[in-house]
Design a protein. Sequence first.
Length: 101
Amino acid sequence: MNLSQQQWWSQFLTDEKGVILDVRTEDEVNAGKIPGSINIDIYKGQGFIYQIDELDKSKNYYVYCAAGGRSANACNIMREMGFENAYNLVGGFSEWDGPKE
């Protein structure tokens, strides 16, 4: 599900089962990220699938990338794998004006 930045962040802040998932590359993450996010690079292909499969499917995932394209793909993959709640950050990190580290 695509959410605007405001919806995505405010929903995450009130979600006791919320997890932020960054699907960018390691280099992108090293240049800055949303605090507390976990990184699983979608470009790792099958490795991405293996790592996603180890996540707790009862949690709600707030997924982002640089612009919103890779994270939209990640949300679709996660839904196919049985994750009920994966929320895509529209605009991605490039348009993010929330907290960064």
